[in-house]
Design a protein around this ligand. Structure first.
Ligand code: ATP
Ligand code: MG
Length: 449
């Protein structure tokens, strides 16, 4: 057996407390898979033969606090120091008449039955800290071979809960595993069922899929799965660009651009949608070269629609649509221009646009690539200089504020704000230094004019 190290001491202690009372208890699900892969698990899920009330009695008897948040589904949360452990009773599920939720959840005493309700073999391993791995479904062999395989019949499992289709694609993107052929076929043939799944659940899986290391393969091989709940992507599939700046169709360009950017959710979502407006904005010129002017506006509108439908928070939608709208904007070539853009877009969004532009360029053709990258290097250097030396690009960076101006005799009213803005422009253009006396003197002279 593979020697698994790195188990959380709290999880181990919780398992021992349950076992001391003659219950069965194991680590289960994603944490066992991650330990097996040598990754640090995000959370520690424990599964047990104890019924929820029995679990509570065990831990409350030892002085721990418990919470009933998921108790209807058999989950009791236990507070261990600063860590919360979720402890779930073995359960069987049946029904699934809506393709999303089981009609009935039954608590059972058999671990083997519990394992059968889980989605993939790699997620169906149990780990006993004393006895090691318990594997009823061949999960170890599948992890070792790098295979995503449904527990049981893929078609059945996907019709019970269609979210599993998207989970298969996100694990494919995160782990770089192959999909077992029967599972892969069912992912594609059952995909329409995803339209019954709630936006919140889809959003979680989409974010995890997009931030995976193997996102390019996921986007290229399972694009039709995404198109079920993101129909805005479909016109990009195979859409040619016929332009010297491009060597890929719009979708492959998109897939490369997504892979090329840091795995931050906002950045990856921006790349996913940044050119979605191109097929709707194409201008076929007589010389055979196609243009796509105005596409950022269309992409921004399409992404807003899609992200709202998936119930992303409003501020995420606003930031994303802004970045998509601005993805082709001039980022400036002088320090004054870069400061102005940082002022207009915000520092963080300016940083994001530098990364967005670089990922975009690296997904285009070789044509003028060196020039494009040289410009980006220059802009990045200017940005870093401004950011690292705290150079002024916002009103609040000025060495005077409204009160200083009033004290210097500027009359109260809208004039104060206007003068501050004017001072900022002059400072950004390096016409005057950012020093209190110089700024006040300038403010007075503004008034005299
Ligand atoms: P992550 O590391 O991203 O949390 P995970 O595999 O732990 O991945 P969770 O959503 O935390 O995913 O679920 C924990 C476990 O519950 C899974 O490993 C799997 O055994 C089971 N599971 C989760 N969702 C489903 C589902 N829709 N159908 C069947 N089993 C599921
Ligand atoms: Mg998990």
């Amino acid at each position: 057996m593979k020697n698994l190290t790195g188990i959380s001491p709290d999880a181990e202690k919780a398992i021992r407390l349950l076992k001391k009372k003659e219950y069965k208890a194991y680590l289960a699900g994603g944490c066992v898979r991650d330990l097996f892969l040598g990754k640090l698990p995000a959370d520690w899920d424990i599964t047990t033969s104890a019924l929820p009330e029995e679990t509570k009695a065990v831990f409350e008897g030892e002085g721990f606090r418990t919470f009933d948040t998921g108790i209807k589904h058999g989950t009791v949360s236990v507070l261990f120091g600063r860590e919360i452990l979720e402890i779930t009773t073995f359960r069987a599920e049946s029904g699934y008449s809506d393709g999303r939720h089981p009609d009935e959840v039954t608590f059972i005493r058999s671990a083997e039955e519990d394992v059968k309700r889980r989605d993939f073999t790699m997620n169906a391993l149990l780990l006993d800290p004393d006895e090691g791995i318990i594997d009823y479904v061949g999960g170890q062999a599948d992890i070792e071979a790098g295979i995503i395989r449904c527990v049981g019949d893929p078609n059945e499992r996907f019709s019970e809960d269609a979210l599993r289709i998207m989970r298969a694609v996100r694990f494919y993107s995160q782990l770089g595993f192959r999909m077992d052929p029967a599972t892969s076929e069912a992912v594609l043939s059952c995909r329409e069922r995803l339209s019954a799944v709630s936006s919140e659940r889809l959003q979680t899986e989409l974010d995890k899929m997009l931030t995976g290391d193997f996102v390019y393969d996921a986007l290229m091989n399972y694009k039709d799965v995404l198109a079920v709940f993101l129909p805005e992507l479909k016109p990009m599939f195979g859409f040619p660009q016929n332009n010297p700046h491009h060597q890929y169709d719009v979708w492959e360009h998109t897939a490369i651009a997504v892979k090329n950017i840091l795995p931050e959710r906002i950045l990856r979502l921006t790349m996913l949608f940044h050119d979605s407006g191109k097929p709707h904005s194409v201008k076929k010129r007589p010389n055979g070269i196609w243009g796509f002017s105005g596409h950022p506006e269309v992409s921004a509108d399409l992404s807003r629609e899609a992200l709202k439908r998936l119930r992303y928070p409003n501020h995420t939608v606003d930031t994303l649509t802004m970045l998509i709208l601005q993805h082709d904007v001039e980022l400036g070539t002088t320090i004054a221009e870069v400061r102005r853009q940082m002022n207009r877009l915000g520092k963080e969004n300016y940083r994001r646009l530098l990364l967005i532009r670089r990922a975009d360029v690296m997904a285009q053709s070789e044509y003028m690539r060196e020039e494009k990258l040289a410009l980006l290097d220059h802009q990045t250097a200017l940005y870093k200089e401004i950011a690292s030396r705290n150079q002024p690009y916002r009103i609040r960076d000025l060495k005077v504020n409204g009160k200083d101006l009033l004290d210097a005799g500027i009359p109260e009213g809208p004039m104060v704000g206007q003068i501050l803005q004017e001072l900022l422009e002059l400072v950004m253009d390096e016409e005057i230094p950012n020093e209190k006396n110089a700024l006040i003197e300038k403010a007075r002279s503004c008034l005299e004019l």
